[in-house]
Write a protein that binds this ligand. Structure first.
Ligand code: SF4
Ligand code: SF4
Ligand code: SF4
Length: 431
């Protein structure tokens, strides 16, 4: 019942429509602060080639951006490109942390965007990767894009960043059936990431009319250590989807190398409430600036990037990882709207001076904030208001919310089990 009346988005609407689920609002918060160096790892956690994709991605995330209900979507794709370009300009560009060597080896056939992304993420997990490509350059279909759209130097630079993680790329190397058999003996896992559908038949894998047959969740083929995804499986015109598949299959292979079993990552529960109602515009604009979209025809300057990022309304919840409501919803398989009887309530955001946000529609009435404010002798604190199903958390004597948390704001935000009371300015989640 608590879940049925709950109004909140675990993730901002731009995130699930991004094929790699990038943490867009967090990137935007860091750009607003001018902390471009910290924004980069947030981007690269999900996108291995952000300067490339910034130039060619059709930006499905912007179609999902809630700001477009108010005026125009935030220029997410261009902001991501800006962060990546800034990093490429540095004498010493960012390098991900690499886990200690696992002693495991993975062969990847095909140095297109999917293969490169997987190599990058597997290296970060400590596995040695070797990429085999029949051409004399890496990049696959990305190499066919016009220079005026994607300069070759950008692609080269980003591939060089991936190579710095220690992956070995073998050029002009076409794998035949004999070598494929040897590969399976020499490597702990093999991933067929080429665009050639005939590869499956050549390598003796089970194929259908669509190409190599795989388990649709784990990408495992008829061979126990061979995976196939990317264009080998479904021709994907969106390079961002290929990069996303690379990330996904890297996570599955990492699990496989550790346990011997290929398991698909579990989808987490996502509370969502859909479109904003007109009165909610003002609530969402509390964390944003009234400003027109900065023109994206030119590269952003640092100031323009900050201005554009300031348009973001930070639609994500501020406690998405440790929220108990989300965790238990997953654990018990609860359905969000099962007991919904009335129209959804409108979102209200109360912003505190000390960087705390209170969203009453996310509250599960656990009373932790009531007990904490009493224990620490807040002058007003929180109390239960009303009875039965209509009980709410509020400030005694209808005093303004600003008076409720004069001493305990940070503490109450830390102990609130949901995102109802949460730190919204100081936090950087898990940057
Ligand atoms: S409070 Fe929990 S369930 Fe609700 S939107 Fe936030 S993370 Fe999701
Ligand atoms: S306003 Fe910001 S957080 Fe909200 S959907 Fe758009 S980019 Fe995402
Ligand atoms: S601690 Fe959070 S969820 Fe619990 S009653 Fe207070 S605001 Fe609501």
């Amino acid at each position: 019942m608590l879940l049925s009346e709950h109004v909140g988005d675990c993730e901002a609407p731009c995130q699930p429509v991004c094929p790699v689920h990038m943490n867009i609002p967090l990137m935007n918060r860091l750009i607003v602060r001018g902390d471009f160096a910290k924004a980069l790892p947030v981007v690269k956690r999900d996108i291995a080639l952000p300067a490339v994709l910034g130039r060619i991605c059709p930006a499905p995330c912007e179609a999902g951006c809630r700001r477009k209900q108010v005026d125009q979507p935030v220029a997410i794709c261009h902001l991501k490109q800006f962060v990546a370009d800034e990093d490429l300009k540095q004498a010493e560009s960012w390098m991900p942390q690499l886990a200690p060597s696992s002693g495991k080896k993975v062969a990847i056939i095909g140095a297109g965007p999917a293969g490169l992304a997987a190599a990058c993420y597997l290296q970060q997990k400590g596995h040695q990767t070797e990429v085999f490509d029949q051409h004399d350059e890496a990049g696959g279909d990305l190499l066919k894009i016009e220079e005026s759209i994607l300069p070759a130097s950008v692609l080269e630079n980003e591939i060089a960043q991936i190579a710095r993680t220690g992956t070995v790329i073998h050029f002009n190397h076409r794998i035949d059936a004999t070598e494929f058999q040897q590969m399976k003996e020499q490597f702990d896992a093999v991933w067929v990431a080429t665009g050639a559908l005939a590869a499956g038949e050549l390598f003796g894998l089970k194929c259908s009319k669509q190409g190599i047959e795989t388990d649709k969740h784990t990408y495992l083929t008829s061979d126990a250590k061979v995976f196939a995804v990317g264009n080998a499986l479904r021709p994907s015109k969106l390079a961002v989807r290929s990069v996303g598949q690379g990330k996904e299959v890297a996570a599955i292979i990492d699990g496989f190398l550790q346990t011997g079993i290929a398991v698909a990552p579990k989808e987490r529960f996502r509370s969502k409430f859909g479109k904003l109602e007109i009165p909610e515009f003002a609530e969402y604009l509390k964390e944003s600036l009234h400003r027109e979209r900065v023109s994206t025809s030119l590269d952003f300057s640092a100031q323009e990037a900050r201005h554009e990022a300031e348009r973001c309304m930070h639609c994500d919840c501020r406690n998405p990882e440790s929220c108990k409501l989300r965790i238990y919803t997953d654990e018990y398989g609860a359905e969000q709207r099962r007991f919904q009887t009335s129209e959804r309530r409108l979102v209200q955001k109360q912003m505190y001076r000390n960087g705390i946000v209170y969203e009453a529609e996310k509250c599960i009435k656990c009373g932790i904030c009531v007990r904490l404010t009493r224990q620490h002798q807040e002058e007003f604190g929180f109390t239960f208001v009303g009875r039965g199903f209509d009980v709410k958390i509020g400030v005694p004597f209808n005093e303004p919310l600003q008076l409720a948390l004069q001493k305990t704001a940070q503490q109450v935000a830390a102990y609130c089990p949901t995102g109802a009371l949460a730190a919204c300015k100081l936090e950087e989640q898990d940057v």
